[in-house]
Ligand binder design. Structure first.
Ligand code: FES
Length: 116
C-alpha cells in the first residue's frame, strides 16, 4: 500500500483499464497534454502528446510493441524514451510511470513542470 510520502511523489492519473489496449488516454497537466499509452502487454507509457517532428498528436497514433507511429508523417517514437527511432531525430518529453494494482501513477513533480 502507498504511504503518505509515496503520495507526495506520485499522483494517481487513471487506471490501466481506462486506457484502450494499443491506444491511449489523454490527461491535462501543467506539463501539457500527456498521452498515456497501453500496449498489448499491458505496459503503460506516458509521453507528451506532441510529436518531436511537427507536434502531431501521438495519442492518435498506432501503438506497436513499445513504439507509436505518429499519425501525421509516420515517424516511430519509442514510448519508453519519447525519442524518434533512427533515422529520425528528436524527443518528446516522456514521463515516469508507476503502475500498482492496476492504478497508473505519474511523478507529481514532472506533471507540474511546464515544458512549453
Ligand atoms: S508531426 Fe509526427 S511525424 Fe510529422
Amino acid at each position: 500500500m502507498s504511504n503518505t510520502s509515496t503520495n507526495q511523489i506520485w499522483q494517481k492519473v487513471t487506471s490501466v483499464d481506462e486506457i484502450p489496449v494499443l491506444g491511449s488516454r489523454i490527461i491535462h497537466a501543467p506539463a501539457g497534454q500527456i498521452a498515456i499509452f497501453r500496449n498489448s502487454e499491458d505496459e503503460v507509457f506516458a509521453v507528451l502528446d506532441k510529436c518531436p517532428h511537427k507536434g502531431g498528436p501521438l495519442s492518435q497514433g498506432i501503438v506497436f510493441g513499445k513504439t507509436v507511429t505518429c499519425p501525421l508523417h509516420s515517424w516511430n517514437i519509442d514510448l519508453s524514451t519519447g525519442c524518434a527511432i533512427a533515422p529520425d531525430e528528436g524527443c518528446a518529453k516522456s514521463f515516469e510511470v508507476k503502475v500498482e494494482s492496476g492504478v497508473v501513477w505519474l511523478n507529481r513533480q514532472e506533471l507540474d513542470t511546464s515544458h512549453g
